[in-house]
Design a protein around this ligand. Structure first.
Ligand code: GLV
Ligand code: MG
Length: 326
């Protein structure tokens, strides 16, 4: 290990993160009763400019009045390039009570963006004597944000998670798609023409680099990496595949832009019983190996070593966190 200790963000389950437009207060109670680990009440892109002020009032009332149980609760503020953002922060913190856990900052471009929001949040918290410190979730969804992702991830002790905003990222990079997430038939590999063989098309994942990059930046700074939206909520199989790809790379969860996606995310980002059992067997086998003075052994015909213990412990810890929250 490096001599540098990476401090970890407060441990929170973040398998499913439900997006709820602040302009639709009729959805709040249902969201509060859902199985989502995290809910973000949106003031940004799901709310039309003329509805922003009312949405802010709706959210403030809901923070105070709705019983959100033990859910992690977040508000997505407007971007720093708008004139809505300062009032989002000031009004929500000053009038919303103590319940809010996180602020979600969209379209983060530089570490200075985080610094600016941190300054404002710090002043608001101090002015009202808030007891609970608000954490930050940051959506990386522009080319600028992706280029500065390491500095952004390290910019504030309030930082808890990095989210991949695939729709705005596509717009910012001028990617050739109008879908929100998912794959693209033009992002494919055509196998070489070999005599006697049919050429095959293998679809690729056009978001692979962005998500892998985000996972590295998040983990290097002790933050949770979270995959963003999948727009086609009628395509559960497509959602599953996207969530599985993100999970395999290290993401802790994925957004749900429709209630039907919550249970999918919770299932796909929870280790299965078989995975936990295998992890426990690895830990046990390594304990036995240590007693015999060995650093590496074979289990089921495969090499395992000290790194295997660390991999297995990640799974076992996650399973414990999930069962503690149930
Ligand atoms: C989320 O905000 C996105 O742009 O995908
Ligand atoms: Mg966006």
């Amino acid at each position: 290990m490096s001599f540098k200790i990476v401090e970890q963000a407060p441990p929170r389950l973040n398998r499913s993160e439900l997006a709820v437009p602040g302009s639709q207060p009729q959805l709040f109670e249902k969201a509060a009763k859902s199985a989502a680990d995290v809910i973000f009440l949106d003031l940004e892109d799901a709310v039309a400019p003329d509805d922003k002020a009312q949405a802010r009032k709706n959210i403030i009332a809901a923070l105070r009045d709705v019983d959100w149980g033990s859910k992690t609760l977040s508000v997505r503020i407007n971007g720093l390039d708008t004139h809505f953002m300062y009032r989002d922060v000031v009004d929500v913190i000053e009038q919303g009570g103590e319940r809010l856990d996180l602020i979600m900052i969209p379209k983060v471009g530089t570490a200075a963006d985080i610094y600016a929001v941190d300054m404002l949040v710090t002043q608001c918290e101090a002015a009202i004597g808030r007891k609970k410190r608000i954490g930050f979730e940051m959506i990386v969804e522009t080319a600028l944000g992706m280029a500065n992702i390491d500095e952004i991830a390290a910019a504030s002790p309030r930082n808890e998670s990095l989210h991949f905003g695939v729709a705005d990222f596509a717009a910012s990079t001028k990617a050739r798609t109008t879908n929100i997430g998912g794959v693209n038939r033009d992002y494919a590999v055509l196998t070489d023409a070999e005599p006697g063989e049919q050429r095959q098309v293998h679809w690729g994942d056009m978001w692979h680099y962005a998500i892998a990059r985000l996972v590295v930046a998040a983990r290097a700074n002790g933050l949770r990496p979270v995959d963003g939206p999948f727009g086609d909520f009628s395509d559960a199989e497509g959602y599953r595949a996207a969530a599985n790809r993100a999970g395999v790379l290290g993401c802790e969860g994925k957004w749900a832009i429709h209630p039907s996606q919550i249970s999918l995310a919770n299932e796909l980002f929870s280790p299965s019983e078989a995975e936990v059992m295998k992890a426990e067997r690895i830990i046990q086998a390594m304990k036995d190996a240590a007693r015999e003075g060995k650093g590496a052994v074979s289990l089921d015909g495969k090499l395992i070593d000290l790194a295997s213990i660390r991999q297995a412990e990640v799974l076992v810890q996650k399973a414990k966190q999930i069962s503690a929250s149930a």
